[in-house]
Design a protein around this ligand. Structure first.
Ligand SMILES: Nc1ncnc2c1ncn2[C@@H]1O[C@H](COP(=O)(O)OP(=O)(O)OP(=O)(O)O)[C@@H](O)[C@H]1O
Length: 259
């Protein structure tokens, strides 16, 4: 098979099962998939398991390779992971942090590493930040640097946890357009997003997690329905097409919580 395959995955914290026997139809290269669902549905937990950053049962395969069995540097070459936030307390400047991310997959000659890191910063429009200390960046700048760290190794699989949460409107669109380009270059792209209107516009496919499993899965126009929004998010909402034909979601009210 080609792409990402997730089969019979279960994840627990202690005795508490967060994801139960989850199997997804394969995610092919070239597509952007959005993982959605309410707070605490297990989106980050699943993304981290795919990146092999947390224990899980079941099989997670990329192009016939079992990700759990790959040696660390080989996995680092194949998988880019952008966390919800970069840890603070780093003494590195931006360029050094990108080079460190590049070297996680093996040694690269210094001149080549510099050039590759600078090219990624320029691609994301943040080349001017290269010499700034990581710890002195704004939240949105940190998020773009985090994306640069995730893509500098040119990974086949790109996993992003709420990549637009700190970005202004123009940068949200820039990042999502960049994800589409990264997918079109032959990558599997999976992003957790809370903003379903953005997901409707930019995703090929939306997977909605709810109560430990998949509530719905498919193209945005199939998944984004008033019934799903009521069942999963507990809101009364309308899904309508705007004048350009894009789906928009209008939330009218919160429904009474189910006892
Ligand atoms: N390290 C941990 N130890 C114990 N429980 C955890 C841990 N990390 C997450 N959880 C629990 O697992 C559940 C799923 O958390 P997760 O962060 O995956 O949800 P999420 O869907 O990403 O939520 P959000 O939209 O709020 O970011 C939550 O109930 C959370 O409290």
């Amino acid at each position: 098979m080609s792409g990402l395959s997730i089969r019979d995955v279960s994840i627990r914290y202690g005795k508490r099962v967060v994801i139960r026997d989850l199997t997804l139809p394969d995610l092919p290269a070239g597509q952007v998939t959005v993982l959605a669902g309410p707070n605490a549905a297990g989106k980050s937990t699943l993304l981290r398991a795919v990146a092999q950053l947390g224990p899980h049962a079941g099989r997670i395969m990329l192009d016939d390779a079992d990700l759990a069995r790959l040696p660390g540097p080989q996995r680092a070459r194949l998988v880019g992971f952008m966390p919800q936030s970069l840890p603070s307390g780093s003494s590195l400047i931006v360029l050094e942090s990108i080079i460190a991310a590049l070297r996680a997959a093996g040694e690269t000659p210094a001149a080549q590493a510099d050039a590759q890191a600078m090219a990624v910063l320029d691609r994301l429009g943040i080349g001017a930040l290269a010499l700034n200390p990581l710890d002195q960046l704004s939240g949105g700048q940190r998020q773009l640097v985090s994306l640069a760290q995730a893509i500098v190794r040119n990974p086949r699989l790109l996993l992003l946890d709420e990549p637009t949460s700190a970005l202004d409107l123009a940068r949200q669109v820039r990042l999502l357009a960049e994800l589409r380009r990264l997918a079109a270059e032959g990558r599997v792209v999976v992003a957790v997003l809370h903003d379903l209107a953005l997901a409707a516009q930019w995703a090929d496919r939306i997977v909605v997690l709810h109560q430990g499993g998949i509530h719905s899965d498919g193209p945005p126009e199939k998944v984004l329905t008033p019934a799903m929004l009521a069942e999963v998010y507990g809101v009364e909402a309308r899904v309508e097409r705007c004048s350009r034909g894009n789906l928009t979601i209008l939330i009218d009210r919160e429904l009474a919580p189910v006892p």
